[in-house]
Design a protein around this ligand. Sequence first.
Ligand SMILES: [Zn+2]
Length: 157
Amino acid sequence: MFRRLFLGRVLLGAAGAALVRPAAAAEERFEVMRSEAEWRARLGPLEYRVMREEGTERAFTSPLNDEHRDGVFHCKGCDLPLYASKDKFDSGTGWPSFTRSLPDAVRTRPDRSFFMVRTEVHCRRCGSHLGHVFDDGPPPTGKRHCINGVSLTFAPA
Ligand SMILES: [Zn+2]
């Protein structure tokens, strides 16, 4: 009985560690670095969960889904310009989607959580999580940057 309980806790612990991963900034160096307390003070709970803990906002909840004006989408964590409105398209997924980022705006890394291998994408300057990149996008790149709206701010042209 005890042995079974112990094994269960070990397995639960391992699964928990795989699902709750440390924030990117805790592992890597970025041009803009803030402490966890600074990030928490700066961001709302959902923003913190998505941007610093690689969470995902619920589909169709971001007002930026329906943002069709000319302009630039900036990182909410450091204000770096990340995506141009001309590269935005309606993917039907419920998340703001882009065929590419602005030059030298984002970085990617393999994301092996949830028993899948996906390509995670984050801000080059502050490391904030943005979303994932998939290979099923439209021309000219064939890429789909599937981005959480809470990670972005929009500046109309
Ligand atoms: Zn940033």
